[in-house]
Design a protein around this ligand. Sequence first.
Ligand SMILES: [Zn+2]
Length: 123
Amino acid sequence: MKQSDRHKRLTELFCSLCEVNNITVDWCVGVNAADPFQDLISLRCATITTDAEFAIALHELGHHVTHRETYLGPRRVRERVAWEWSREACYANDVPWTEEMTAVESECIEAWRKHLDQGRTER
Ligand SMILES: [Zn+2]
C-alpha cells in the first residue's frame, strides 16, 4: 500500500523517537514485538500506512522506554503502561490520538485480557 503524506510524517516521528531511545527497527517480520534486552523492535508492517500500524509501532517502542520501571510487573500493567506512553508521545508531538488508534489499543488490551483470563502463563 502506498504511504500517504500523513503516514510518512508519522513514520518520521516514529523513527526519530526510536533514534532518541537508541532502538533499532526490524520492519519485515511476522510479529510485533519489543525485545528490551536487545534494543530491538520487530514490526509486522514493512511500511506504516495506517494510524493503527503507527499506534502499534509506537506501543512497541513504549515497551522499551517503560521497560525499566515495569519489567518485573504483571503483563497487564506492562501493556497498559506502554499504551499510555504511546498516547503521551503523540500529545507531546502534537499528534492527536485518533479513533483508529483508540480502536487498536482497545483490541490489543482486550486480547491480552482474554489471553490472561484463560489462565495461560504470563510471559
Ligand atoms: Zn504490548
